[in-house]
Design a protein around this ligand. Sequence first.
Ligand SMILES: Nc1ncnc2c1ncn2[C@@H]1O[C@H](COP(=O)(O)OP(=O)(O)OP(=O)(O)O)[C@@H](O)[C@H]1O
Length: 868
Amino acid sequence: MSEATEDIGTDAALEGQLNGLSSCRVNAELRQHGGAEGAREEMGDAAEEIESPASSAEPSFRGLAWPTPSRPLHEALAGSPDGAAENGGGGTLLRHAGRPAAEACGAGGQCSAADTVKLREPLNERLSDSMDARGPCDGHGGRRRASVVGGLDYADGCARGDAAGIAAPTLADAWRVRQERAAAGGHTEGWQEQHYRRAPGPRTQVSTDSEKQIEVLRVDNERLRRRLAAREPPSPTTALPETAHQGLHLENLRLKSRVAQLEDDLKRRLERLEELEQPGVRAAQQQGQGKETGSAGQPRSPPPLLSNGKMMSLMKGMGRPRDPDPTGGGKAPHALKAENAALQDDLRQLRGERERLHKLLQGSQRTERHLRLQLEAAEQEAALTRREFREELERLEELQERAVAETALASQAELCRAHTYVLEVQDRLTSLGPALLSLASDYRSLKEEAKSFPQLLETGVANVETQEISVPPVCSPRQLARAVEEMSKRCDEMERRYQREMVLRKKYHNQLVELRGNIRVLCRVRPAIEEDGEGTLAHSVVQVDTEDDGAVHVAQRGRQHSFQLDRVFPPHASQEEVFREVQDLVTSCVDGYNICIFAYGQTGSGKTYTMEGTAKAPGINQRALQHLFQEMEERQDEWRYTLSLSMLEIYNETLRDLLGSEGHGRLDIRLCPDGSGELCVPGLRQEPVTSLGDVHRLVSLGHSNRATHCTNMNEHSSRSHALILVTVSATNSITGTSTRGRLNLVDLAGSERLAKSRAEGDRLREAQNINRSLAALGDVIQALRAKQAHVPFRNSKLTYLLQDSLARESKTLMVIQVAPAARHAAETICSLHFAQRARAVELGPATRRVEPPDATMPAEVKGKLSRI
Ligand SMILES: Nc1ncnc2c1ncn2[C@@H]1O[C@H](COP(=O)(O)OP(=O)(O)OP(=O)(O)O)[C@@H](O)[C@H]1O
């Protein structure tokens, strides 16, 4: 009996999850069964409300068979086939009935049990078994069951000693199962828990058999309950009140969940709005301030946001659980409705607020979209600009590449043309050689004939006069005179042709020399002077070939030494004549070539005269500079020139600046810091020259600073090597091309035989240094001629300074000065041997120094062009 009661109580405790509404309905029935007063007391307003369901606004209450005084509960229940619901309600019924319910049970316990059994047939099968095993249900049993299930009256039951040993484990078990369910279901604390909690603590004395039995029963109950639920589907009419309650509950939960979502959404949007609208709020504040003081015609500002305090309080209210019991158990419907209404209000308010915030957010999003569009447009523009820049760069690179390729092709074509031309010249020279030889032979024979012709003529005339020979009748004197005249004409014609061929040969020879880069060597024989000691009419041992202007013959001790040079000037050759030979070379300096002209010869042979000359007969230096100015003037429409001049001397192996105002400062030769590989003299004064007047002034100054002394060989002997360095920089105003040429004009000190000059002291030392440096120059020439790998340029200051002029890329011309006197024959022959060696040197074709036209052209392209 007690176990059956436990089963029912446990089942009721576990399954009786009805809300207060159901409890009130059951209490109303209890009131019908005798506990009406107590039940009414418990029902209160809720009972009244339920008794008038028509007044309820909840649709779930409609159509319910409510118990009324005229309709007892069992009738109401009988009208509902939903045994399961009533069964659940039964537990609650008993629980709420309390003591009056127990009394009712005692009075009509059979009826109540029968109703329950009828409604819960499967469960009662088991219950009946238990009851049969433990005796029939009586009033105490019914009361005990009511007490056990009711919970609150449990202590009373125990105090009376009824089923004390059974009630304790039953309640403990029920409590444990309830706790497990609460933990598993996650439901918040409800009405039952509150009541259980107010009950005294569970009894700790547990019977092992009872526990097992309880466990078995509990499992059976669970199984039966499932079967019952499966067999008896809920009736819509009887389920309605519970459905309505659950609907309310679910609506409540849904609203709370919705409110929570809205709260989160609102919080997020508020944060987002604060971030987005910070400048806007400031602007609105400023606008508001302006509005306070401004005119009424200004646009109205948007309605202010909810104040932070209000919003926070609203949100706190939303966040606060309005009902500590979310199941709604123990709450009256009107409280729930009020709460729902409050929630609806909050929700409406929040929705309104949300709408407004949503509009603001939309405005912000529009602004953001607008800004994003602007950003995208700016990015597209930047991408377009980048692409255009890249394309422009590629186009420029392509142009550069094309320019380089075209220049390379043009250079190659030019090179091919030059090569073809050289081959042509060589062929013509080869073919001209034999023709020239035959012509020369013919010319010589004709010349001999012409020489002997007067004698033959005289002999012939004499023979005719003396009648010693018989003149054939056909050869009258008149005829003979005609023959002579004819022969003379032929002789002139031959000579003319010979001269023409000589000019042509000279031209081709010069071109060949230039192409090979040979050092061109001229020879000038000075006239006899008083210093020679034999008078100005003394016999010259140096004979310039009248038929070949490149040949010179020196007679010494009955032996003739012949030398072939590029050009030999006889003693009567003027300064102008000599300069005409070097004029083209000077011109090429303006074109950007490095030119070096130096005079070599024994002391007193006329080097200074040839290079410097006199006031009346200026030498190469002045004429060259004058020619440079003329060339620059002629080209000034297309080119802009700057010209600078330096002068230095090498005296006793030291460098001295001849234009230095404070004496002769010591200088040294260094590599140029510009990385060109050229040599320069740091500290050497470089004077800009704009007119011939500047040139005269500077050259006079340098000349006056030069070391000269009187020697036995020369009254004004130069005791140093003197150099004039002229730099010509030019820029083409049309193409932007720039050139830089340098003209080195060198007047070497003269070699002298110390025994002959009888130099002593300083003169001796000077002569030794001069001879040593000239010997070094001879060694360099020899090495260059032999194309040796090492050329000893650094053996003297002179050769080191002339290194650039004696190496590739330069056009070099040497004027060998010789004296005609027999006493200088040995030195003359020595100088001419040196000249012949120098002439054999091939420096290679000279290189024009041109800078690319575009100064902004990349260094890489410049490099390519300069290499080409
Ligand atoms: N072609 C010439 N016509 C007339 N006089 C000349 C000619 N060449 C040289 N002389 C004269 O010869 C003399 C010596 O000439 P110069 O001083 O030029 O020789 P040098 O080779 O420079 O001697 P040094 O090496 O000692 O300086 C001078 O008086 C000069 O006027």
